[in-house]
Design a protein. Structure first.
Length: 137
């Protein structure tokens, strides 16, 4: 995303340190932004795009009508959303090997790990370049 001219903000749940790995791998194009729910809502309102798993931030972004790339594993996106009126603002990525069971797993579901970085970036750039919300930070 950074090489295409976009800056990424990475959020995570309090007490976790996963954002650091993403920021470190971003070659300086991403920054970590730990924040409260209220602050996250304010950030999402201004975001050009939100990339997230089947979690609260994804559904907040859909509710706020932001373009989204949703990453799905064991939950079926046709059941769990994203609920967005204009499908041109949403891309859902789910590998065909994902097993639908709607349960929580101690380990990341293997099918979810089959979604490539390239697929995510391609979907994100497609939405960003579509002219819907060209916001560069």
């Amino acid at each position: 995303m950074g090489r295409a001219g976009y800056r990424s903000l990475v959020n995570e749940a309090p007490g976790h340190r996963f954002a650091d790995a993403v920021v470190d791998a971003s070659e300086g194009f991403a920054i970590s932004v730990p924040c409260s729910v209220e602050q996250m809502i304010a950030l999402i309102r201004r975001a050009g795009l939100v990339i997230a798993g089947d979690t609260g931030p994804l559904h907040l972004a859909a509710t706020l009508e932001r373009p989204i790339v949703g990453l799905y594993g064991p939950t079926d996106p046709s059941r769990n959303g994203p609920y967005i009126g204009d499908n041109s603002k949403a891309r859902v990525l789910r590998h065909e090997s994902s097993r639908t069971d709607h349960s929580r797993h101690a380990e990341t579901e293997p099918g979810l790990m089959q979604i490539s970085t390239e697929e995510v970036v391609e979907a994100a750039l497609e939405l960003l370049r579509s002219g819907q919300d060209k916001v560069k930070l």
